[in-house]
Ligand binder design. Structure first.
Ligand code: WTA
Length: 659
């Protein structure tokens, strides 16, 4: 059935508010609106509700220590182990035969891990890590695609108290080296390769290149054999070990989960910021695990008997929080898929929803926009009636895409939660609770209970309903980052300086997103206000891309901005000035694209490279990015009178249009 442009009928196009069905509300984990007041009245003790979802070795004696703001501590002096909470306790509670991970490879091969299977492999790999010399607090880097060994390795690290730092497999060798150097990480877990749209990719070569760029000694690398006979025949070097051999050597071994302090680091996750250097976001064991467990329960409505699927990659925070830690802590079945949504056909995701009878599905707006473009015939081929709840994350979702998802995937029966959060927040912050709230497509919703998010003007005063402003979070929460790795100063300057008043002891977190709020307190996110792009839901710093481009021989200067893109949301536009003697040839363009792919990865590949003799600059020499954005978007240009070189604008404009 096709009902015109975007395949939505007029009735839905006009409807602005949606309610969850009675049937959904009756079974929802959280359905009493009193929860908002309860959290407020009893704050911060209300957060005990999240901590109570975990098994603690030793109880905490204080919920929140805010004596050294903004270095907050949660669940003070409590001890616990994340691997114990995600694995052992389910085995001990009689659920050892429940499926923990259902994995599907790109070619349709499947692997199923019960909680008992997971327990066995996590223990064996933990024993192997200890044997390789990994000690508590050593950072273990993982550079792996979507294979089950990734969550197993993460949980094995958590078991022995070694923080992990997962680097997205699509990132380049340079990006791996930068992150290993920053974390002084001496251990790497990686794999030989993986499949993408039918082709085997050589991942170990990239990993080895990255290792070549590590400034300190690397003690050991573990390599998962994913490709078997399709592999590239690399020989493992002296300190490189085969995953299967290690598990065989440690067959049947058990490792006691270490008692970690609630504030001990569980993992580092690098993310892009305003400057070129990626930031090492530090998350802790108690607060993070409590927060992801609670939000998985309250927002994703996950029940142990569900089959739950988040289609993100574990290389990003969404996968950490909502493929691995939250769902496994709740003891549910979490689905992992190796491949892409359009291989072998554009109904691949719906095929999997049907095959596994998925109850809850969580994805990104960029994927939904692609589904819309492909048309309704693909979901219509499949039985999606197992679905109970849908979610999105990563970027703003426009009402049309929201409604398409609601109708064509959810059959107008599943609530849709549009969840705003960040790498730094650890878990969801602004969204409706599906068993309580009215949904307004395009608006994420109110802050979660216990979250004091506001929309303010540059002076920090709350703006009136309907007016645009900046999002702030005015109270701490358990899942928040604790600092940037080895860089407390940057932690303060990035997130706290803008709106805090230290003299008055007022600390306000600034996520660097623009937003507006309506009369019901619903927040609509307007996007980043710093120099960070959101390409297909992936955070990329313009500075990182610019420094990759100026690293190419012959490039004098570069400016990178985001232009609107139908599927990706934003796409990378690069304006480049060449040195004298170099010409803007196709070859030069290819070199620039390759330079970006080498420094960051294919996700940062410029959509367009525009050669220009100058960049539009103000009299004080600042590049007018706003104009470059307008040009990329083919919009009417704003004020150019403050420019030193206004004539360049029309020249650039005609180049972009003719390209
Ligand atoms: C954006 C991903 C609008 C936002 C979990 C944020 C969103 C950045 C939403 C964080 C949403 C995330 N609506 N925008 N529901 N969710 N964002 O660190 O700009 O990869 O600051 O974390 O994505 O991206 P990150």
């Amino acid at each position: 059935m096709s009902d015109g442009d975007g395949e939505l009928e007029a009735r839905l196009v006009e409807q602005e508010e949606f309610e969850p069905s009675d049937e959904f509300v009756e079974q929802a984990n959280v359905s009493d609106p009193a929860i908002y007041d309860e959290f407020e009245e009893d704050w911060p003790h209300s957060w005990e509700r999240a901590a109570e979802m975990l098994d603690w070795f030793e109880d905490y004696d204080e919920v929140l220590d805010d004596s050294e703001e903004p270095f907050y501590e949660w669940f003070v002096n409590g001890t616990l182990n994340a691997s114990y909470n995600c694995v052992d306790r389910h085995v001990e509670n009689g659920d050892k035969n429940r499926v923990a991970i259902k994995w599907e490879g790109e070619h349709g091969e499947t692997r199923t891990y019960t909680y008992q299977d997971l327990y066995r492999e996590v223990n064996e790999f933990a024993a192997a890590l200890l044997d390789l010399g990994v000690e508590e607090d050593d950072v273990v880097t993982m550079y792996m695609p979507m294979v089950p060994e990734l969550p197993i390795a993460m949980l094995a690290c958590a078991r022995i108290g070694a923080p992990h730092s997962v680097v997205f497999a699509g990132f380049s060798a340079d990006a791996l080296a930068t992150r290993m150097n920053s974390a002084e990480s001496r251990f790497l877990v990686t794999c030989d390769g993986y499949y993408r749209r039918g082709d085997a990719l050589d991942h170990l070569e990239k990993a080895n290149d990255g290792l070549g760029g590590v400034d300190h000694g690397v003690d050991a690398t573990v390599v998962v054999d994913r490709l078997g006979d399709d592999g590239f025949g690399h020989d493992l070097k002296g300190n490189q070990h085969d995953w299967d051999d290690l598990l065989d050597t440690h067959d049947g071994e058990r490792v006691e989960p270490v008692a970690r302090d609630a504030e001990d680091m569980l993992f580092l996750m690098y993310t892009s910021g305003t400057t070129g250097e990626p930031k090492g976001v530090k998350h802790t064991t108690g607060g993070y695990l409590a927060y992801t467990s609670w939000t998985s329960h309250a927002v994703l409505d996950i029940k142990p008997e569900d089959t739950y699927w988040c289609s993100a990659d574990i290389g990003w925070i969404t996968g950490h929080s909502y493929i691995v830690y939250g769902p496994l802590s709740l003891g549910t079945t979490t689905v992992m898929y190796e491949g892409t949504p359009d291989f072998p056909e554009r109904d691949r995701l719906w095929e999997l929803v049907e095959k596994y009878a998925v109850d809850v599905f969580y994805t990104a707006p960029t994927a939904i926009r692609a589904f819309m473009k492909w048309g309704t015939e693909f979901p219509e081929r499949r039985d999606l009636s197992s679905l109970r709840l849908l979610g999105t994350v990563g970027e703003p979702i426009n009402p049309r895409a929201w409604k398409w998802y609601y109708k064509h995937i959810g059959n107008e029966e599943c609530p849709v939660v549009d969840t705003w959060w960040q790498t730094e927040t650890g878990g969801m912050m602004v969204t409706t609770l599906p068993g309580i709230g009215t949904m307004k497509p395009g608006s994420a919703g109110p802050p979660l209970p216990g979250i004091d998010a506001r929309v303010v003007d540059p002076g920090g005063e709350e703006v009136e309903a309907g007016r645009a402003g900046y999002l702030t979070v005015n109270k701490p929460w358990p899942g928040m980052l604790r600092t940037l790795y080895n860089n407390d100063e940057r932690f303060i300057s990035e997130y706290w300086e803008e709106y805090s008043d230290p003299d008055a002891d007022e600390w306000v977190y600034f996520p660097e997103d623009g937003a507006k709020i309506d009369e019901d307190g619903y927040i609509t996110i307007l996007g980043r206000v710093d120099d960070v792009l959101n390409v297909s839901g992936h955070r990329l710093g313009t500075m990182e891309i610019e420094s990759a481009i100026v690293g190419v021989e012959g490039v004098a200067e570069a400016a990178v901005v985001g232009g609107d893109h139908e599927v990706k949301g934003e796409a990378v536009y690069a304006y480049v000035i060449l040195e004298d003697g170099y010409e803007g040839t196709d070859e030069m363009r290819d070199k620039i694209v390759a330079g970006v792919e080498d420094a960051i990865g294919p996700i940062a590949r410029p959509e367009q490279v525009v050669f220009t003799p100058e960049l539009p600059k103000t009299r004080s020499g600042k590049i007018m990015r706003r104009l470059l954005e307008e040009i990329a978007n083919d919009e009417e240009l704003g004020d150019t009178t403050t420019l030193r070189n206004p004539e360049i604008v029309t020249e650039i404009q005609s180049k972009v249009q003719n390209d």
